[in-house]
Design a protein. Sequence first.
Length: 221
Amino acid sequence: MVKILIVDDEAKLRRLVGDCLRREGYEVLEADNGKSALDAVTRTGGLSLVVMDVMMPVMDGITALREIRGFSKIPVLMLTAKSEEEDELDAFTSGTDDYLTKPFSLAVLQARIRALLKRGGEAEAAVYTAGGITLDTRAYTVKCNGEPAELTPKEFEFLLYFMKNKGIALSREQILNSVWNYDFFGDARTIDTHVKNMRTKLGACGELIKTVRGHGYKLEE
């Protein structure tokens, strides 16, 4: 059974979301702050997804997310009452896989969760190479000229999409729709932030990701 951890300091929201997910057949665990979430991810075997609020006591969701990314690539969906672009970018650069602003419909939440679980279960047994970059979907690793590059799960998906479409100019809209797997309502500059971070982490290999002025990006050997 798929295990999902819900992290929110509001008991009413945890109960509402938990009941909804249990009806879908998921096993639901709960935590009321970021520190408890961190402990749960560390100790719970077979955990498939974390749905976590940003604003919480003891330890906030962004801090907990950064801690989790230090040892795990488990998919994380952030929930927040904040709708500012800076807050959304902060969540993505910290390693979240998706971001949902309160209030939200349970139907939308279910769709986002299904998309994340689907992507997490579709790891391909394949190794992709381009220039000095080697991406292994089995080991979930990226190397640049033989040296490990530590990417967030979302950056890993971006790079995999670029490598699958090597030499093709990809628009920001194509990238958003393919990587997020649903219609994205937001600023396409989110792409630019991810690409900037990826280039930095890939070092010399980051130069392979070219900017196509007025269009988007492409990976070119």
